[in-house]
Ligand binder design. Sequence first.
Ligand code: GLN
Length: 503
Amino acid sequence: MANQLTVAQIQDFKGKYPKQLWYLFFSEMWERFSFYGMRGMLVIFMVTQLNMNDTVANLQYGATQAFVYAFTFIGGMFADKILGYRKSLFWGGLLMIVGSVVLAIDPKAFFFIGISFTIIGTGFFKPNISTIVGKLYKDNDNRRDAGFSLFYAGVNLGALIGGYLCIAVANGNMMASIVPEALRWNVAFGFAAIVMVISLLTFVQTQKSLGDIGISPLLDIEPKKRKTYEIITYLASIAVIPFIILLVSNSGYTDVFMYIIGPFSLIYLLYEMRGFSLQENKKLIAALVFILFSIVFWAFFEQSGGSLSLFAAHNLDNTLLGAKVDPNGVNNSANSLFVITFAALLGILWIWLSKNNLEPNTVVKFGLGFLFLAGGFYVFYYTKFFADANGVTSLDLFTFGWFIITFGELCLSPIGMSIMTKLSPQKLQAVMMGMWFLASAYGQYFAGLLGANIAGASENASNAEKLVIYADGYQQLSIYALIAGVLLIAISPLVKKLMQEVK
Ligand code: GLN
């Protein structure tokens, strides 16, 4: 039976984590496998198979990432108002499967169609699974941050395996003896489809233990009317796909889209705020402060896919702790590996600190996140003092930089999702989660601009000069991150006031 457990029973779990969290962990892990598997192939596919030049491919990549995260806001909106989290998530998963199957059939011919299905699908899936995690906890349960930290390890486990496997198969570095060369890309995109099916099947199983969490928000209206709204939502999300194809395939439209979606989301939020009490609205303003700061965080952090991969390609040696490795591979995966290793540990630390009344509040955790970010970028900058005459420097030191940044990410990203679920009124949970991810869309967008700035300045430079230009760029980012962290800690009493009883 679907609804055997009551929400109160679910939230009354013993131990560190509710058992439903593990199911959601795996569902999200497979979804992120699919997502990062696909994302990790995009630029290479566009350059080698669609014959785009590097700049166009980068812009195109940035556009898809911005759109993916921007649609989480829209997916959240429809989940709160019409579908509920479960149906949204399921629908999103289906669209993601369709997108990856289309790509697996003929990635060259159907590239933008497949990508567009994935964009809409992720919009319906990603914010809503995160919101469901928040629902497993009572309002004042201090185990919530730890739960999100564990969930985040699932995100990164999927990202790590998918990110490595799909591109390795596509490039012929894995399974080359079984997969014929002409079909490598098809199989690689096919992996994304298969794991997405596993993700959805896992979720179907999970639903059985979720009680009433995530069911329709429209139970009080006539069932026929509710069905009609739902069907209209499904149809509209398909009808919008040709429009998305147009937007994504012309990366110039991204600017326009980004100018519109942010202000629109703010106006929508203001409109919704009319219906809430002063106390609830104060919390929403606090949530906005977190969202705004997170844009800055992601703009720096997401240098990983852009300028840092060029830095890795040009200026890093290929030995890590004495072993020969691919510096780009390290840049892509070290962070995920560190998250998996330390997320649960940090989660346990938060629980321990809270038991001893020492746990820093969320604003301070965010501030710490920026300080770690500053530290990591300072290490990236510092690599310049270890370079040889050709501007090639230490991969070990660079990896240490990622190690530090990972702690920053763990203080901000899972905690950010957790605080969205704490600060939002019930009716606005998924929209606020969508806004949280919308901040990532802006982060991605600005990351591209920042990265292009750094890369542009080094266009005709020698390798050694490139190192200096990149390193100095990272020093700047480090200083800005430091300022953001100090500022956040300085305004923490104010934000805490807005948050009221929420910690
Ligand atoms: N890496 C995380 C995820 O995929 C966070 C992404 C983000 O918010 N930018 O869930």
